[in-house]
Design a protein around this ligand. Structure first.
Ligand code: SAH
Length: 535
């Protein structure tokens, strides 16, 4: 099986730079061992104006068979024969996708040590695949639907079954040519995900970590793709539970990214003197401003008291007061190993690391974009070894149980629960209180009653566009007691921020502690609630 990647260039930007991008020298023929055979990379042409890199994968059918995964279509009439005679060695399938990733790994990640400016550039590309299997009746039309939204011009021609006998009709293969001006890394990611999607079958067992692979390769394009449901379903070999997980994480990633974009726009627009919050910005958006280095004072609090001076009087912005309240609660339980669940851009992670008592912080968020920003802000890549060992950021969805979250002293959910649809909340409750089961959990969420004190927030509006609900004090208390009762915790509630005699404080905090008797028999009394999704 074969794939060619061509580009064109000029004297200043010669096409042969493709060699740098692919990390393969144009003057050499190179061979790579892959799990299922040998990949050859060579350049049929390499000049200033045109350069083409070809990857030829020589599949070893015997190796494929030995691994027991070289099965033909499961619906094929003669399954036993199909093990020996099938299209696997020739057609561009999941085998080619894996080979592409093996051979062009750095290029796919957008890395180029020698010419770091190259991967960020969109370049004219032409990708040729002589035989792409297309499952189902849609054929060439499906190829168009998958690649066109990503900026490719698609030329997909059905390959006749036998050119000598046109009356036999077309085969299930298309000759595919994609042209477009894209970054090479994106192009490779598209192929890596979409070739197995077109093929409709994988040569290996689809394990749950395929969801991570799909989301990693799909970052930046899959969440907005009109066919994302079809892509996820087929990529995950129609495993329904995995597909649902992928779709949920994609939806969350989309929201989180919209959030981040909004926060970034506000970051960029932040004036020297903070203005009163606008509709939908009174909550995290204001805090995002606050989180930026050098812009500590953000809009927080009622309009008449907004401003750095007022913040100082009240002991810092609302976000800072919230962090202080969380740190104080954690200090009371002496927590050393702490989870920051829905850590966002890492402000609390940073504050936790400043506490000498804290030996380990695991930040979890569904938004890889937020995590990237957090890693940058915390300068994770430059921390000395001993510090670096104290902190880890991982991507995860809190509505699913996750073994990585077990064994911690405390978990924090700072302004997170209100981002979940109410029907999904029991799943988070189970994942955190039932499965991860830290000795203490600190939850903060807006107090909806306080919203009337935000002059710029119209009546009935929530503080942030992505909030699915905001609770009154009574509602939060009822929820906290119910969760504590279900999972064997005790709970204390406290207000955070300036206390208004009528409507309370802007933030409410619940401090859960594992009840002593329950602590002896972790997970003894807890089972998943009806309808909660967990793995
Ligand atoms: N705790 C941070 C961020 C709060 S914003 C702070 O106080 O600054 C809410 C965060 O929760 C976002 O970063 C969002 O990506 C994350 N989030 C929302 N739903 C989630 C889910 N189901 N799983 C994991 N993270 C989620």
């Amino acid at each position: 099986m074969f794939v060619s990647i061509s580009t064109t260039g000029t004297a200043e930007n010669p096409a042969s730079d493709l060699g740098f991008l692919l990390h393969k020298h144009p003057d050499k023929v190179q061979r790579f061992a892959t799990t299922h055979g040998t990949a050859h990379v060579f350049y049929p042409e390499s000049g200033e104006q045109v350069c083409t890199a070809a990857l030829l994968l020589e599949v070893d059918p015997a190796a494929l068979l030995r691994q027991g995964r070289g099965k033909g279509r499961s619906g094929s009439p003669d399954h036993a024969l199909a093990q020996y005679v099938n299209d696997r060695p020739y057609a561009a399938s999941s085998l080619l996708a894996v080979a592409l990733r093996t051979v062009y790994r750095s290029a796919m990640k957008g890395e180029c040590v020698h010419r770091p400016e190259l991967p960020g550039r969109a370049i004219p590309l032409r990708i040729g695949l002589p035989a792409v299997p297309v499952a189902g009746a849609e054929g060439p039309e499906l190829v168009e639907r998958l690649f066109a939204p990503l900026g490719w011009q698609v030329d997909a021609r059905p390959v006749p079954l036998d050119e000598a006998f046109p009356e036999w009709g077309d085969s299930r293969y298309v000759r595919l040519e994609l042209t477009g001006t894209l970054r090479l890394a994106d192009a490779l990611q598209h192929l890596y995900v979409l070739l197995p999607v077109l093929d409709g079958s994988k040569h290996y067992w689809v394990a749950p970590d395929e969801v991570d692979k799909l989301l990693a390769a799909g970052q930046g394009w899959l969440a907005d793709h009109p066919e994302q449901a079809l892509i996820a379903r087929r990529y995950l070999s129609r495993r329904w539970s995995l597909t649902r997980l992928a779709m949920e994480r994609l939806a969350l990633a989309r929201l989180a990214e919209a959030d981040d974009r909004e926060a970034e726009e506000i970051d960029n627009a932040v004036p020297d003197v903070p203005e009163a919050p606008e509709v939908g910005e009174a909550g995290e958006a204001g805090e995002a401003v606050e989180g930026v280095e050098g812009a500590e004072a953000g809009p927080a609090g009622p309009a008449e008291t907004v401003g750095p001076a007022a913040d100082a009087e009240r002991g810092g912005s609302l976000a800072a007061q919230r962090r202080a309240a969380i740190l104080a609660a954690l200090a009371r339980t002496g927590a050393a190993r702490v989870l920051d669940l829905g850590c966002g851009q890492g402000e609390l992670v940073g504050a936790l690391l400043k506490e000498p008592r804290v030996t380990e912080v695991l930040g979890v968020d569904v938004s890889s974009r937020a995590l990237t920003i957090a890693a940058r802000r915390l300068r994770l890549d430059r921390l000395p070894e001993r510090q670096a060992r104290r902190v880890k950021l991982v991507q995860g969805a809190l509505t699913y149980t996750d073994a990585r979250l077990k064994g911690y002293d405390a978990a924090v959910l700072c302004e997170v629960v209100e981002h979940l649809d109410l029907p999904r909340l029991p799943a988070l409750e189970y994942a955190v209180f039932g499965a991860a089961r830290p000795a203490a959990v600190v939850v903060t969420t807006p107090n909806a009653e306080y919203n009337v004190r935000w002059e710029t927030l119209p009546a009935g509006r929530m503080r942030h566009d992505d909030h699915r609900f905001e609770w009154s004090r009574a509602e939060f208390a009822a929820w906290a007691r119910q969760v504590a009762g279900t999972y064997g915790y005790t709970v204390d509630l406290e207000p955070v921020g300036p206390l208004d005699p009528e409507v309370g404080a802007p933030t409410q905090l619940a401090h859960f502690r594992l009840a002593a008797e329950a602590a002896d028999t972790p997970e003894a009394t807890t089972t998943a609630p009806e309808g909660s999704a967990h793995r």
